[in-house]
Design a protein around this ligand. Structure first.
Ligand code: GAR
Length: 199
């Protein structure tokens, strides 16, 4: 499976996916990191791992559609099967969605539909709820909406701080994203065999 990962920040999910031996053995090829923030730490993580980086700055474009058309132009020759959003802090529009229908997946640090949008971990922590979680889902043109693939509860204990909760959420995210991508690779293989008449 050929994939592009989109990220805007630290890139711990990016790094977990890129360093996963399981996903490498399953056949994942990360063709490109797409980043919208010119100095984001994820860029340096990608360079260290030898993964090509495309930095696309929204400020350089008149419209969001033009910004995404540029991404489509760069991705097209790479023959990308899936796009994985890993802390990509932008709403994706129809330009990308139309080119990659049902092929763009997002991870979000809450039990969606609760706490969609920014600062989901802090907002869940401040709400006094006893649990939050992680959701991996296909995206549509909404903010953190679209069919859910996998969701896991992460309890909030009385001893937690935002930092300890965030750390536990990230640990869960890394495991879950690898599990979901591995499953997608398996399903793609089965679909291909089915099309060829091999079962
Ligand atoms: C992750 O917690 C991810 O779920 C969240 O950004 C963080 C990125 O961390 N994504 C969203 O909030 C999307 N709405 P990372 O850069 O260390 O992978």
């Amino acid at each position: 499976m050929k994939a592009a990962i989109f990220a805007s920040g630290n890139g711990t999910n990016f790094e977990a996916i890129a360093k996963s031996k399981k996903l490498f053995d399953d056949g994942l090829e990360i063709k490109l990191l797409v980043c919208d923030k010119p100095n984001a730490p994820v860029i340096f993580k990608a360079k260290k791992l030898g993964i090509p980086v495309f930095i696309n700055n929204l400020d350089d474009f008149d419209t969001r559609a033009d910004y995404e058309r540029e991404i489509v132009n760069v991705l097209s020759p790479l023959d990308i099967d899936y796009i994985f959003l890993a802390g990509y802090m932008r709403v994706v529009t129809n330009v990308l969605l139309d080119h990659y229908p049902n092929k763009i997946i997002n991870i979000h640090p809450s039990l969606l539909p609760k706490f969609s949008g920014l600062n989901a971990i802090e907002r869940a922590f401040d709400s006094g709820e006893k649990q939050t979680g992680v959701t991996i889902h296909y995206i549509d043109e909404g903010v953190d909406t679209g069919p859910i693939i996998l969701q896991k509860i992460v309890p909030i204990s009385n001893n937690d701080t935002v930092e300890t909760l965030e750390k536990r959420i990230h640990e869960n995210e890394h495991i879950m994203y690898i599990e979901v991508i591995s499953e997608l690779i398996k399903n793609e293989g089965e679909n291909r065999n089915h099309e060829k008449g091999i079962d």
